[in-house]
Design a protein around this ligand. Structure first.
Ligand SMILES: [Zn+2]
Ligand SMILES: [Zn+2]
Length: 320
């Protein structure tokens, strides 16, 4: 098995082919490389017409995942990893019972379905579909935020996602991981935020597998670094992985860089359980917490700026 690496990517990106999009594929690819991204997904509104334009701009250092955003009447969703030119229907609402068939078609080609910005501030932005069938929730969407890519709509999406996480679902794999994307339409938005994924290689198949399994965390920008490890009985497990603690005490450690004066908090099936002392001005440091698998079915971490805005958040490590 190849050794896995962490790859940074933004899976919600519009070009001039989308309403209000002002960047060409060439400009977006240059911006992705400049922002330190390893992959992006092309997700135009309701069309796959632009897929062919991307081959010229991808390369060994920049994977372009083919996708689409379906802006339905009762919520938007992303299809990631569809075939070249494959499009997804969008002209329906939750009352039409047509979404399942579209989601099945995406899964049929190995693709991933993302519930996009569940509480975006416009009439079709509230995501009304049952989450069954969807693989991932975009709890952090950068489009409508101002100076930093975090706002009240994201806070609400995160709170709902967090409240739905259960230890039982995590153990049997029926949970939905979180992801974050910029929803870029304009210059300067790409990568704010993005998702950092553990994958065997930089390919659509491997990246989507990492996202699907929750082996990922969300970064405000590429300036932010984070690792989270739970260890017990001489074993360790990371984000999206499972630690068999053998009943021994579990040490949870988060290492952060790039977030001056950050507050690091630990969250389990009992909600927020521990807040570490703030990081120093240079923004790098570690935060630790101790628990047991009996006490906590999983643990995840949020890293916030002093003003409460998110800097990074992880998917959970499962504790058994
Ligand atoms: Zn949208
Ligand atoms: Zn969008």
């Amino acid at each position: 098995m190849p050794r896995s690496s962490w790859y940074r990517g933004d899976c919600h990106v519009h070009s001039v082919l989308s309403t209000a999009g002002e960047l060409t594929p060439q400009q977006l690819a240059a911006a992705a490389r400049a922002a330190g991204l390893d992959f992006i997904a092309t997700t135009e509104h309701n069309t796959a017409e632009g897929h062919g334009a991307w081959a010229a701009h991808a390369g060994p250092d920049l994977l372009v995942i083919l996708g689409q955003e379906a802006t339905t009447q009762t919520g938007h969703w992303l299809a990631l990893g569809i075939g070249p030119g494959q499009s997804v229907d969008w002209d329906y609402g939750v009352q039409d019972h047509l979404v399942d068939e579209q989601v099945d078609r995406v899964h049929g080609v190995g693709g991933l379905c993302v519930a996009a910005h569940p509480h975006a501030p416009y009439p079709t932005g509230d995501f009304a579909y049952p989450l069954q069938g969807f693989d991932v929730v975009e709890v952090w969407n950068g489009q409508w935020a101002s100076d930093r890519p975090w706002n009240a709509d994201n806070e609400r999406a995160l709170a709902e996602w967090a409240a739905a996480l259960t230890a039982a679902d995590l153990r049997d794999g029926s949970w939905r991981p979180a992801m974050g994307n910029s929803d870029t339409h304009l210059a300067g938005q790409l990568s704010l935020p993005h998702t950092v994924v553990l994958a065997e290689e930089l390919s659509t198949r491997a990246i989507l597998a990492g996202i699907r399994a929750g082996r990922s965390w969300i970064a405000e920008s590429a300036a932010v670094g984070l690792s989270l490890t739970a260890t017990a009985a001489g074993h360790g497990a990371g984000i999206g992985e499972r630690l068999n603690s053998l009943g021994e005490p579990v040490n949870v450690r988060a290492d952060i860089r790039g977030v001056p004066w950050a507050t690091v908090s630990f969250h389990t099936d009992h909600g927020g359980v521990h807040r570490a002392p703030e990081l120093p001005a240079h923004g790098a440091g570690a935060a630790q917490w101790h628990t047991t698998a009996r006490e906590s079915g999983f643990v995840r971490v949020e890293v916030r700026h002093p003003n409460g805005h998110m800097a990074a958040l992880t998917n959970p490590v499962v504790l058994t």
